[in-house]
Design a protein around this ligand. Structure first.
Ligand code: FES
Length: 350
């Protein structure tokens, strides 16, 4: 903390090289921003973070702190400029919140509300782009809601290191491209969903939630991913019917908010109607419903037979990532202590 400077009359200490925006946020001073995200390098694209530094206009996300500078983050002029910037962002695309899946969960919407921004004139010329609704099983892309902030581009490059997203075209024709393909499904996207999690508008959204719940109706519960040993923390969202519809990485886990495709989308089995709800025993080549007692007695007697006839090592068990940690622990305990073999494995290893 070797730099001292003033923000809105308050003395702030910051590290050399830190941006004014980062120093402000760390000190509880909120400067509006859209293209900046704490997990990504600064872009300086949206200009919403504009402040006055010794009376000069600067983008606070790219402007480093300096000894003794005097920063103003809010005044009438800055508010007017931010309002105009938001109006321009809205004018470029098609931001009808009524039909937007991010309604109620959109940073652009929040700022437009905060700055009392009116909808743009209806007759403004627009480059309407086709919505990619179906090419990807996990992600919907609606570029008409894209503000070219570049967060998805950087999320893919800097967090997932997959480099799928980029910009193509120039000026008002600038748009997102995935590996130079129009459709995400044609690209090398691995469906980690990090770009969607960091998108500040409705340009990218998760297929799992579409039509299944308004953002303000969803309930959040935190849990740990079951799939591998990292122990990623996940926020699961359920809709009014109690169905799981969305998984978001939680910043407090070792994953620091990031998820892979399994953690992000691998929860559909929980509410699959293909799940077995009663034990089945094969009789005359056909599965028939049985009670738990019947099923357990049969398995126990068969295991006993095999163990006696051959040896405990004639048996093996294969545990599942779709079970809880405790269930997997019990499975290995059962094989080692009850059956007497170390033949136990787990699908997460494969
Ligand atoms: Fe600084 Fe977008 S947040 S330019």
């Amino acid at each position: 903390m070797n730099i001292e400077f003033i923000i809105d009359g308050k003395l702030i200490r910051a590290h050399k090289g830190q941006s004014i925006l980062k120093a402000a946020l760390l000190n509880g001073i909120d400067i509006p921003h859209l293209c900046y995200h704490e997990k990504l390098s600064a872009t300086g694209a949206c200009r919403l973070c504009i402040v006055k530094v010794n009376g000069m206009y600067k983008a606070s996300c790219t402007e480093p702190v300096a000894e003794g500078i005097d920063v103003v983050t809010y005044d009438e002029e800055l508010s007017m400029m931010r309002k105009e910037l938001l109006e321009m962002l809205l004018a470029e695309g098609d931001h009808n919140c009524l039909y937007c899946h991010s309604n109620g969960n959109c940073e652009l919407q929040n700022y437009c509300y905060q700055y009392n921004v009116e909808p743009p004139a209806k007759d403004l010329p627009k480059n309407i782009r086709e919505v990619d609704l179906t090419s990807s099983q996990g992600i919907k892309r609606d570029e008409n809601k894209c503000i070219l902030c570049g967060r998805c581009v950087k999320a893919c490059a800097e967090i997932q290191v997959n480099f799928v997203w980029d910009f193509a075209g120039r000026g008002s024709h600038a748009h997102l491209t995935s590996d130079m393909y129009e459709k995400i499904g044609d690209s090398s996207c691995i469906q980690c969903g990090t770009c969607v999690q960091l998108c500040p508008t409705g340009a990218l959204s998760f297929q799992t939630v579409l039509g299944r719940g308004m953002n303000w109706e969803l309930k959040k519960e935190s849990s740990i991913c079951i799939y591998c040993g990292v122990g990623c923390k996940i926020d699961f969202y359920t809709n009014k019917e109690g169905k799981l519809v969305k998984a978001m990485g939680n910043d407090e886990g070792p994953n620091k908010g990031h998820l892979c495709v399994k953690g992000r989308f691998g929860f559909d089995f929980v509410q699959s109607n293909k799940r077995l709800t009663t034990p089945l025993i094969k009789k005359n080549g056909k599965f028939e419903k049985a009670t738990w007692d019947e099923a357990l007695d049969l398995v126990a007697s068969k295991f006993g037979e095999i163990k006696e006839k051959s040896s405990p090592d004639a048996l093996m068990a294969f545990a599942s990532a779709k079970c809880t940690n405790e269930e997997n622990y019990l499975m290995q305990k059962f094989m080692r202590s009850v059956i007497g073999t170390n033949n136990i494995d787990h699908c997460a290893r494969l």
